[in-house]
Design a protein around this ligand. Structure first.
Ligand SMILES: [Zn+2]
Ligand SMILES: [Zn+2]
Length: 390
């Protein structure tokens, strides 16, 4: 950061680009470098945020490893929280000094899908997310005059981040940045998969397959919806222990007799709702088999392209009336659901601190990526310099 380049809180956005330290992915599987990039001031309808914390998610790794092709060079990171430094013209929902959670879908609120009540497939936001740009198709990041892309329209592995107003959701200052950051991806997605997509009701039985950041929050969502039995399935014992803390009533590692075991917990019928959060072929197969007739299967895992649904149309779906639903971003509307989640957190119903398994300094970003790749704990969270401040 060059001396004098930092805008002062309360300042209106204007003038020369700022310099920000950012983690740049130049090529697939290349070590991520922290370099000084230029960050353009926010344009109309945009917000400049100083990042406090950012989580590391499997989707960051998918881009890093080339499983999810994206334009490069790119600043990764899409699960962050920070404080507003400056706003562009026309911004009304946040002001400098506000603490915000960043949403990787800057839902527009007025396209066909938003008006139809399905903002998680908002066409405006989806285009930007896939292109690695902001909503107008351009980026605010550059290096030596060349374009640098924003992962999912954000790019939170940067001290300074410019995002559309719709991607910055104000949160109470009492939530620390590390906890708040998780609301932006894993909590919204997992909680939403159970509550919004799965429509879990009191007394229902729910299985959650894959208990990383998303699956653990599906467990929380199922519990807060009143599910009576919640079965957590994961390969890693430490994640199963976390799942128990968050409300799972059974926790099992996958094995050959898994479907039979889970059916056995429900008088042989199968669970009312199965939530697949691993994106794996075998767990999707199991999710279909462990769900009762007329039950719901929610697919929320971001698996590789070759993972397929393989089910008999008549015997598997017609005869059983099973419902399979895709869940993107937990079918969430960020502005509405972040507020709900912060209220649940304030009343001690939603757990967030337990999900921050390990924190890293920004300089340790590559270690945080490795931690995530090893599927350890719930979340690795990077704290920026003022990340400890509430
Ligand atoms: Zn994510
Ligand atoms: Zn929209």
């Amino acid at each position: 950061m060059t001396e004098g380049s930092q805008p002062v809180a309360g300042e209106q956005a204007s003038g020369a680009p700022l310099v920000s330290r950012a983690a740049l992915l130049r090529g697939v599987r290349q070590k991520v470098d922290i370099v000084g990039i230029d960050v353009e001031q926010p344009r109309r309808g945009e917000v400049l945020v100083r990042m406090g914390a950012t989580g590391v998610c499997q989707s960051d790794l998918s881009i890093y490893e080339g499983r999810l092709p994206n334009p490069l060079p790119m600043v990764l990171g899409h699960e962050g929280a920070g404080s507003v430094v400056a706003v562009g013209d026309g911004v009304t929902s946040v002001s400098p000094g506000d603490h915000v959670v960043l949403s990787w879908l800057a839902q527009c609120g007025h396209c066909y899908y938003c008006l139809a009540g399905q903002p998680s497939v908002c066409e405006t936001a989806n285009d930007a997310m896939l292109r690695g740009t902001l909503l107008d198709g351009t980026t605010r990041y550059s290096l030596d005059g060349s374009t640098v892309y924003h992962m999912a329209g954000l790019g939170t592995f940067s001290e300074l981040c410019v995002v559309p107003e719709g991607a910055a959701v104000k949160v109470p200052q009492e939530i620390g940045f590390a906890q708040a950051a998780l609301l932006g991806c894993s909590v919204l997605t997992g909680f939403g998969a159970a509550v919004n997509t799965g429509g879990v009701r009191p007394g229902e039985s729910v299985a959650v397959i894959g208990c990383g950041g998303v699956g653990l929050n599906a467990v929380q969502g199922a519990k807060l919806s009143g599910a009576s039995e919640i079965v957590a399935v994961d390969l890693h014992p430490e994640r199963l222990e976390l799942a128990r803390q968050l409300g799972a009533t059974y926790a099992v590692t996958p094995h050959d007799m898994l479907v039979k075991q889970i059916r056995g917990l429900t008088q042989g019928r199968g669970v009312d709702v199965a939530i697949e959060a691993a994106g794996r072929q075998e767990s999707i197969r199991d999710a279909l088999r462990m769900t009762r007739k007329g039950g719901r299967i929610v697919l929320v895992g971001a698996g590789p392209e070759e993972v397929r649904l393989n089910v008999s149309a008549f015997n598997g779906i017609v005869l059983t009336e099973k419902v399979i639903r895709g869940s993107f971003y937990g079918s969430s509307w960020a502005a509405r659901d972040v507020e709900r989640l912060t209220k649940l957190y304030a009343s001690n119903q939603l757990k967030l601190a337990e999900l921050v398994s390990q924190t890293f300094a920004f300089e340790e970003l590559n270690d945080a990526l490795s931690y995530c790749a090893d599927e350890r704990g719930a979340r690795a969270v990077i704290l920026f310099e003022d990340g400890g401040a509430a």
